[in-house]
Design a protein around this ligand. Sequence first.
Ligand SMILES: Cc1cc2nc3c(=O)[nH]c(=O)nc-3n(C[C@H](O)[C@H](O)[C@H](O)COP(=O)(O)O)c2cc1C
Ligand code: SF4
Length: 490
Amino acid sequence: MWKFTNPIRHEIPPTTWPSADEANQSLLFSPIRIGSLTAVSRTWVPAMVPWRATDDGFVTKENLDWYQRFAKGKPGVLVVEATGVRDIPSGPLLRIGDDRFIPGLRQLVDVVNEESDGETLLFIQIIDFLAVKRRPERDKYFDRFLNVDRRLREAVAAHFGDQDWLDKPESAIRESLKRASDDELDRLLNERQIEALRFGYRERVTDTDLPHVKHLPEELPEIFAAAAVRAREAGFHGVELHYAHAYTMAGFLSALNDRADGYGGPRENRVRLPLEVYGAVRQRVGDNYVVGVRFLADEVIAGGNRLEDAQYFAVEFAKAGFDFLSLSKGGKFEDAHQPKVGQAVYPYTGQSGYECMPTVLSDEIGPFGRTVPLVAAIKRNVNSAGFNTPIVATGGITTFTQAEEILRRGDADIVGMARQALADPDWFMKVKIGRGDEVRRCTYTNYCEALDQAHRPVTCKLWDRVDLDEPDAATVDEGRRRLLAPEWRR
Ligand SMILES: Cc1cc2nc3c(=O)[nH]c(=O)nc-3n(C[C@H](O)[C@H](O)[C@H](O)COP(=O)(O)O)c2cc1C
Ligand code: SF4
């Protein structure tokens, strides 16, 4: 994980909690309209991948229990993890790329509706991503993956000062590269080949030489639209289009997107496909279905989008008719750390990753609500353009006071808590009924994120070793970790 050079260790903010009456009169626990629906409060659990689906992308009992546990706390909105829109293998991540996924997703909807007594709105985040391969063993890369093209032959010939290399068998080139030093490779391979060798091969939306990448603008609108229709059929109250972090749609929005086909370059071109995807979704699900978007207030990478880009996109999204705008920050591949051999690059290891899930080892600003000023600036733009699309702020929000102040200042309309909700899914209920002092406070040290990085079932260090001998506690790692937060014994 990326660290500041001289990090300052912050304490989690001390707080006092409201009485039930105070909570009742708060903005946080007041309803808000989201599209055609009303959330009972302005509390929101953003998408979090828990690594509990089957390898084929189906909902498991562990998924059902996981979301049921969140529903017990009755947040205003619960967003189901990033769920793949395509019908392609993607490991134990949920998928919605075919009708066969609908029955499992419908069960998920049912358990959440039942557990929350219908109080929690349930949205599902839908995502497309491009190929990311694991970092290969060095020799394997040269034997199997490297494409020996004319440019490479010329580089090798120039390096050895011998034109014979232009016509030598491929195997000879591969063997000579295997013996080359890192410095020599830096000179011989191009940037993408170096990346494929040292980080693992990764596609970008700008790889228009690849037909499937070139044709994304023709294909994605229908793929997202079909997924959204399935979400509606499964009973979700709405969909959240995932335009954030390291994935395809964020790639189109990114200032690094210089596609020359009208979908890259200036902002109005970069937002074109995201709007076309929205248009296709809206057309298929109808005006009354909730369709929102998650995107980045700042990409936090060199040459990437900054606040001004996000302000522009936010107004375009509001104008197009999105029912909510949920802001995140960072989480990109471009500055990610080099993975170990056999592992895939993880987009939350660089500075942009830090900004996505900030920890208590921080700069002087600290991790608590550090994205809120950006969200506030985005909201000002949206509102002054004449739209009142609800805006969700997330990132290091942990106390009632913090949340209420954000809403009172008008910096956001809804407050998201991911890790705090993971640490204590009952946060919302406890605070609402005046028992906030029983909240299990997240320590923002990212044990959960490390599990996500390792593609292992996500749990929280504050509860996963507690009451392991409880007869019905579901566990992993040979009984060493429980999968769900213990029950709140009122
Ligand atoms: C384990 C884990 C999984 C996550 N998965 C997703 C995801 O699927 N989609 C998404 O948009 N954000 C994801 N996030 C980011 C969170 O939604 C949230 O933006 C981030 O944790 C910062 O909010 P917080 O400080 O309240 O935790 C994930 C975060 C964690 C800790
Ligand atoms: S493991 Fe628990 S306490 Fe630590 S950051 Fe994650 S949710 Fe918070």
